[in-house]
Design a protein. Structure first.
Length: 644
């Protein structure tokens, strides 16, 4: 198999959206230290590019107008628990903004993951609880730091809600096979101490192994009848990369990466004839939440916001050739800051490659027996993050016909619990005869899509398909048609999917016309989806209000980036989309932002254990009247075939 591994060289002229380099992170942190803002206990939650206003970026794209280079930082002072937001101008060598943000908790630091485990394992009360369950050696104790949420009864402080498992058979044992049910430990990571231990009663720790590596005794031997698949591109890839700008087929866009969002796509454009046409200005994961539906004490407060509470970008995997990505690969590193403000490079954080994707289009003229067929090829931009027990793969696909698709691939290991042997859980699936089970839960994602369809002034329509009533105009009862409804304000644009209406939404530029006199557009096409199943007054619904609707629309605002607000960690809720859209601002014929909520409903199966086959969730953006005809007519015939 021929492979390539490349690194992006920095462009000669730095684009305003080029991610911060390691050197720039070091310089920004140095400016904050020189300004005297940082005490010994200050920790950096994030250091990222302070993106210029959209208007400035578009001006640079149009005529090269220079913009200031700035870094934005979130700083937690662990001495007093205060959170600060800062901006450092790399162009001017000065700190231009330093502000205390009262009453918030920023995302959990990676160092706090490890601190939490050490604190819990060393606590005498925890050790006593473990001894009651027959656990007398603590080296194999495994602690997952779940966010504490907000229920109104928490202790004060910067809290993590630690749950406990045990590796029974050495460091490579799957500890999630051995949950310590009913033991919950609250840790204040600023004070570095356990503040509360809850023990809701002893349930025997399941002992059956649940390993998945091929060298484990309980795992079947690898199959021997699988023949190799070789993916080669002997003439190289069809894309080019300059810094973080990518060109492929008719597409041009920029790759971004942030600690909170992970992969970001910027300034996505498609060349149509002699015109380069805008589609998306910025697209990223806005927020995600995993609400569990089990009322048992260990599980009832499991509601992780993996972006807003854990900085999912910092948890990105270094991707491996032949495993995570296959073929001729171009890698982008992810550069983030650690808690001390030092640049930390995640090698191969983002994978870029091409895939064959079956049929693009085909027709056989049965009268002449002539066939024309084209193979579809798509460009894949992806990253994978490990958040405790789960893996999430985030994949953007660009197609030759102008379609954009986003897909989440969910895998990893389920978060487990235990019931007394011989009983069955009411809110989960029993996984073995030892009392091990996996609770029912959902994974809910919200994407922020700053669409610029042929320009910044757009409108959005809801497209429903309706059945015509019986009568003279529908004599056979077979008639149905689409109906378009303009969503002109934020409240009017809070919508849900409707399977019985084949509902989708179309974003158009009302100032342009295609060949038949209609405004060019892109349709947001849902796939399988979920609705929240918790009670409306549940804490997670107040904090993750974006779950209430699949579609939200807001006018563009630079600081409105995250659907659950800037600081969901330990927050009571009501922020983000819930607060912004209450103003009911107009969204017709304006620079609008579409927020799409989708998810996966996970009723655990035996087949999901001990490691879960990937499940999929996502959506697509499909051109609808954006082109005057099939834009992939110019795709070449298959190179290795004789079709046509």
């Amino acid at each position: 198999m021929t492979t390539t591994q490349q690194r992006p060289a920095r462009a000669s002229t730095v684009h305003p959206l080029e991610p911060l380099s390691a050197e720039e992170i070091t310089r920004a942190v140095g400016l904050l230290r020189e300004a005297g803002h940082l005490g010994d206990a200050c920790r950096f939650v994030s250091v990222v590019l302070h993106e210029p206003p959209k208007s400035a970026v578009l001006a640079f794209e149009a005529d090269g107008t220079a913009t200031a280079r700035e870094a934005a930082a979130i700083v937690l002072d662990k001495a007093d628990g205060k959170t600060y937001e800062a901006v450092a101008s790399l162009s001017d060598g000065a700190v231009t903004h330093w502000e205390h943000v009262p009453g918030v908790q920023p995302q959990v630091l990676l160092e706090e993951f490890f601190e939490c485990e050490a604190i819990v394992k060393a606590d005498a009360g925890v050790q006593d609880a473990l001894r009651k369950r027959g656990i007398t050696e603590f080296d194999g104790v495994m602690v997952d730091p779940w966010s504490a949420g907000h229920y109104g009864d928490e202790e004060a402080g910067r809290l993590l809600r630690a749950l406990v498992w045990v590796k029974m058979d050495g460091p490579d044992d799957n500890g999630y096979a051995h949950p310590v049910e009913n033991l919950i430990v609250y840790v204040d990571t600023n004070a570095r101490r356990v503040v509360k231990v809850e023990d809701h009663g002893v349930i025997a720790v399941p002992r059956q192994p649940g390993n998945y590596a091929p060298d484990a005794a309980d795992v079947p031997a690898p199959r021997t009848d699988l023949k190799p698949i070789s993916i080669t591109q002997p003439e190289g890839t069809s894309f080019t990369v300059d810094g973080h700008e990518v060109r492929w087929q008719r597409w041009r866009f920029r790759v971004g990466f942030t600690p909170r969002e992970g992969l970001v796509l910027n300034t996505v454009r498609y060349t149509d004839g002699d015109r380069e046409r805008s589609v998306l200005y910025r697209a990223s994961l806005s927020e995600m939440v995993v609400p569990y539906g089990d009322p048992a004490p260990t599980h009832r407060r499991k509601n992780a916001f993996d972006a807003g509470e854990y900085n999912i970008g910092t948890l990105a995997n270094p991707l491996e050739l032949g495993c995570d990505c296959l073929g001729e690969i171009y890698y982008f590193d992810g550069v983030v800051a650690d808690g001390d403000g030092n640049p930390m490079t995640i090698p191969n954080a983002v994978c870029l490659h091409e895939e064959d994707y079956g049929l693009l289009w085909k027709h056989t003229d049965f009268r002449t027996e002539k066939t024309e067929v084209r193979r579809s090829r798509r460009l894949v931009i992806s990253f994978i993050a490990t958040v405790g027990n789960y893996e999430y793969g985030f994949f953007w696909y660009l197609y030759q016909d102008g379609t954009i698709q986003f897909e989440v691939k969910l895998t990893g290991i389920m978060s487990t619990g235990a019931v007394p042997e011989g009983t069955r859980p009411t809110h989960g699936q029993l996984l073995n005869s030892d009392g091990l089970y996996a609770p029912i839960h959902q994974h809910v994602f919200n994407m922020r899509l700053d669409l610029d369809v042929d320009g910044v002034a757009n409108s959005i329509y809801e497209i429903d398909t309706e059945t015509d009533p019986p009568g003279p105009q529908n004599p056979l009862g077979n008639a149905y048609r689409t109906r378009e409804t303009l969503l002109d304000t934020e409240l009017a644009a809070q919508r849900r999917m409707s399977l019985d209406r084949a509902r989708c939404w179309k974003i158009v530029n009302p100032h342009e016309r295609n060949a038949v006199g209609e405004p060019p557009g892109y349709a947001l096409k849902p796939r399988d989806n979920v609705v929240p199943l918790v009670q409306p007054e549940a804490s997670v619904m107040r904090r993750a209000g974006f779950m209430a609707h699949h579609l939200w629309v807001t006018p563009h605002a630079e600081r409105e980036r995250h659907a659950a607000g800037e600081y969901p960690n330990q927050h009571q809720g009501g922020e983000g989309l819930l607060r912004w859209t209450a103003a009911d601002r107009p969204v017709a014929d304006t620079d609008l932002v579409v927020w799409y909520t989708f998810g996966s409903h996970h009723v655990a199966r035996l087949e999901d254990w001990p490691v879960m086959p990937a499940q999929y969730a996502g959506f697509s953006l499909q051109p609808t009247g954006f082109f005057d005809r099939n834009p992939a007519l110019d795709a070449p015939r298959p190179m290795n075939g004789h079709c046509g």
